[in-house]
Design a protein around this ligand. Structure first.
Ligand code: PLP
Length: 398
């Protein structure tokens, strides 16, 4: 076993040469903004939207500047109004309740199960108690709940689903792509996601009013006809004079960087699944470590791995994490007192009226470790990572 892992687990996917060449071409011409009075509908942004719509089988796709903006605009376009309550699962990241707050609405946190997905019984309870009409469902770290069961329940409850697919680009449930169950799906192009454009977001939907409202609110001025994967003029006519411009546009530069990465998604998925399977096989043999169960129907693209340490006292976690980090294995912990890096829990989101982690979710997050799987992770390193985790866990427990 090596003393130290000699690679950076936080490294983003490298930008391929074809994307660099496309970006340079764009820079030389100067057409970085996606619209122009004399431009047609062949900007990189418009082409990326059309390509992503085709990839996911959606009628419409709207590019914006982040997944946070995508979720905000999807909620807005779905009719969420200031003061409304919006359900969301307690295992997610702060931009998710942040998007609800951006729409002037109030998050209602739903419990998760020990397998890290939304608890359907609690969802039914909280929907009835709160009167919420929307669920912003986060497929956090790519974990998908039984989607047909969730959709049946939400139909019964009269709850509209918007999917946060920041961690599930290319994933599916029984062959149906993530983002294609709810009224809209929201994706991220931020560097640590499946496609690295630095920043960016994509909304997919079959709903023409939601799509038209998202295009207009994203800041299309009156140049919405320069979108390709867009609804017909009539939908814009219904909304164009009453929709504010929030200037959350996707830049052509981000789109030019993203487009050549879409055809690479299948190969990236193969690598991530292989590394996840190796880590899972090795970690599942470590005493005192539990991996969440993942159903066969969940075809995930895991750019990270999560595990629970049920026997490790909360007081011993910091020492365990510090020891792993010293040896190059950078783990995150959802039970930390303070929000750290990209990791936080509902009790840290004090912009909410009731900033508390519900009890069963708190119990799960208190044991939950999280590790990024960089695309560049060599297969052989999976055993070294596991050996370091196992030995430091034993030391922390001793
Ligand atoms: C689960 C989840 N949802 C949404 C987002 C927001 O994505 P973006 O950074 O593109 O706004 C993130 C960002 O890391 C995330 O982790």
């Amino acid at each position: 076993m090596p003393d130290r892992l000699d690679l950076d687990l936080s490294a983003p996917p490298a930008v391929p040469e074809a994307a660099i060449a496309a970006a340079l071409d764009l820079l030389r011409g100067g057409w970085l903004h996606r619209y122009g009075e004399t431009l047609g509908n062949s900007s990189d942004a418009a082409l990326l939207e059309a390509e992503f719509a085709a990839l996911t089988g959606a009628r419409f796709c709207v590019g914006v500047n982040s997944c946070g903006s995508a979720m905000f605009l999807a909620l807005l376009g779905s009719g969420v109004r200031p003061g409304d309550r919006v359900l969301t699962n307690g295992f997610t990241l702060s931009p998710v309740p942040g998007a609800i707050a951006h729409a002037g609405a109030e998050p209602v946190i739903v419990e998760i199960t020990p397998d890290l997905v939304i608890d359907l019984d609690d969802l039914a309870r909280q929907a009835r108690a709160s009167g919420a009409r929307h669920l912003l469902l986060s497929h956090m770290r790519g974990h998908m709940v039984d989607m047909p069961a969730l959709m049946r329940l939400c139909d019964e409850l009269g709850v509209t689903v918007i999917e946060d697919c920041a961690h599930s680009m290319g994933a599916s449930w029984a062959g149906r792509p993530a983002g294609r169950f709810g009224r809209a799906g929201c994706f991220s192009l931020q560097s640590y996601k499946h496609v690295n454009a630095g920043e960016g977001g994509l909304i997919v939907t079959d709903d023409e009013d939601l799509a038209a409202r998202a295009v207009l609110a994203s800041g299309s001025y009156m140049l919405f006809a320069q979108h390709r994967a867009r609804p017909a003029e009539a939908a814009f006519a219904r909304w164009k004079d009453t929709t504010p411009n929030f200037s959350l546009r996707l830049s052509n530069l981000a789109a030019a960087l993203a487009r050549p990465q879409l055809p690479l998604l299948a190969e990236r998925a193969r690598i991530w699944r292989d590394r996840y399977a190796r880590l899972k096989a090795a970690l599942s043999r470590v005493p005192g470590l539990r991996l969440p169960h993942r159903p066969v129907a969940e075809e995930h693209v895991p750019s990270s791995i999560q595990f629970l340490l049920p026997d490790l006292d909360a007081a011993r976690f910091p020492r365990f994490l510090a020891a792993c980090r010293t040896r190059g294995v950078y783990l995150k912990w959802f039970g930390a007192e303070q929000a750290e890096g990209y990791t936080s829990a509902p009790r840290h989101w004090r912009f909410m009226r009731d900033a508390a982690t519900p009890p069963r979710t708190a119990a799960v997050l208190g044991q939950l470790c999280d590790m990024r799987i960089p695309l560049s992770l060599p297969a052989e390193a999976c055993g070294d990572i596991t050996a370091i985790v196992a030995s430091e866990l034993q030391a922390a427990q001793g």
